[in-house]
Design a protein around this ligand. Structure first.
Ligand SMILES: C[S@@+](CC[C@H](N)C(=O)[O-])C[C@H]1O[C@@H](n2cnc3c(N)ncnc32)[C@H](O)[C@@H]1O
Length: 379
């Protein structure tokens, strides 16, 4: 069993949520800007890839050191224990970034690291000549920050927001990792109704359905590290068995997804079918101002249009007013809206209980939260 330094990378603003997910998986962790770090074994690579809903990727930290010259970068990279990770036939491209560092030419840093790893692999496996690089894929990254080089291997492959079912996207989809974070921030539980009145391609309700039935987000995809011998098929089998054992496919859900645009509703439906979750979500074409319900203690999460495009602003402002009206009698419901429009609260007609700054891609947004002050009765 190896002791590994693992990093779950995170979008800016989601670090604490990724950290909570890592802790819930049973690993003590340290939360920093853009990443959550934890020490664990090989099985943790499988489990974190399969289960983390809000992390971008899982990386293994091979080493971290100061590097102000190319010689230093070369020697210290070569000194790392590459033979513990890479087989002799590994395919290992090197990517890089450099921020506020003496070594600022990223292509040169990549080439130096590549050369150092090649030399180490050759001496470790006592081989001469070209390395074939026809084997399993290991993407190495050299990241320099203030002259400190962090050398990692990517254990995920495609980013973890790729859930493994084909998503037809429509206009302005939200990333799956952010959608999951929004749902987790509401503390919704599957005994309560859940509504996304701006469902678009269905990203938020699909994440809610997976959370509600405790379905691992990575259940249907593969990961770069699945091809690595030193982790082994038995660990992956164990982790996938845990995914099966913990899923609650019978958990009833009351999730409603609607959109004004019937084409988007169809796309959302198809995506839910693809994910095997179409039974768990009711879809309908509806504009938000027509929303009514007799249910209680529900949660509404929406990612409405922001009105950033020219000519859209007034329409969107009218939409926010209509939404405020439509939701004004929902005393037992909690309502959450993500938008970049700074006048949201005024247009909606009520100050939020809480606002949380989040990035939707590069767009600075706020997650406006209206908590109900009526508590559900205890059973
Ligand atoms: C930013 S997109 C939502 C994207 C969605 N979260 C996804 O991941 O695909 C906003 C959606 O709001 C819908 N919309 C605009 N005006 C609406 C209204 N008055 N009532 C309901 N939906 C509306 C649009 O059709 C669009 O699909």
């Amino acid at each position: 069993m190896k002791k590994l330094s693992l990093i779950a990378t995170s979008a800016m603003g989601l670090e604490a949520i990724v950290g909570k997910e890592v802790k819930d998986l049973g690993y003590d962790c340290q939360v920093e800007n853009g990443k959550v770090m934890f020490e664990a074994d090989e099985l943790a690579i499988c489990r974190s890839n399969l289960w983390l809903r809000t992390a971008d990727r899982i990386k293994i930290k091979v080493g971290e050191f100061q590097a102000k010259t190319f010689d230093e970068l070369f020697e210290k990279t070569k000194a790392l224990n590459w033979g513990d990770y890479l087989p002799v036939n590994a395919e290992f491209p090197v990517i890089g970034k450099s921020v506020k560092s003496t070594l600022h030419s990223v292509p040169d840093c990549q080439a130096i690291v590549k050369k150092a790893v090649v030399e180490k692999i050759k001496s470790h496996y006592k081989t001469e000549g070209w390395l074939s690089e026809t084997g399993p894929f290991y993407r190495i990254e050299v990241a320099l920050l203030k002259d400190i080089a962090t050398i990692t291997i990517d254990a995920s492959g495609a980013g973890l927001h790729k859930r493994g079912f084909r998503m037809d996207q429509g206009g302005a989809p939200i990333k799956e990792t952010l959608a999951a974070a929004l749902v987790l921030l509401t503390k919704w539980n599957p005994d309560r109704p859940f509504v996304d009145p701006f469902c678009g391609s269905g990203t938020i309700p699909l994440e809610a359905a997976m959370i509600g039935q405790n379905i691992a987000p990575g259940f249907n995809r593969d990961f770069a590290s699945e091809a690595w011998d030193w982790i082994g098929k038995d660990k992956w089998d164990l982790a996938r068995q845990e995914v099966e054992d913990k899923a609650k496919y019978d958990q009833p859900l009351d999730i409603q997804a609607s959109d004004i645009d019937h084409r988007m509703v169809n796309i959302a439906k198809e995506n839910a079918e693809e994910a095997g979750l179409s039974e768990s979500i009711q879809f309908k074409q509806m504009q938000v101002k027509d929303f009514t319900t007799t249910k209680e203690f529900g949660v509404i999460v929406g990612n409405p249009p922001y009105g950033e495009r020219l000519g859209e602003k007034r329409e969107v402002e009218q939409l926010y007013r209509e939404m405020g009206q439509a939701f004004s009698t929902l005393d037992t419901w909690s309502i959450y809206m993500l938008t970049s429009h700074e006048g949201f609260e005024e247009l909606y007609g009520k100050p939020a209980t809480k606002k949380r700054k989040l990035f939707n891609g590069f767009i600075k947004t706020d997650f406006y939260q209206y908590w109900s002050n009526v508590r559900p009765p205890r059973n």
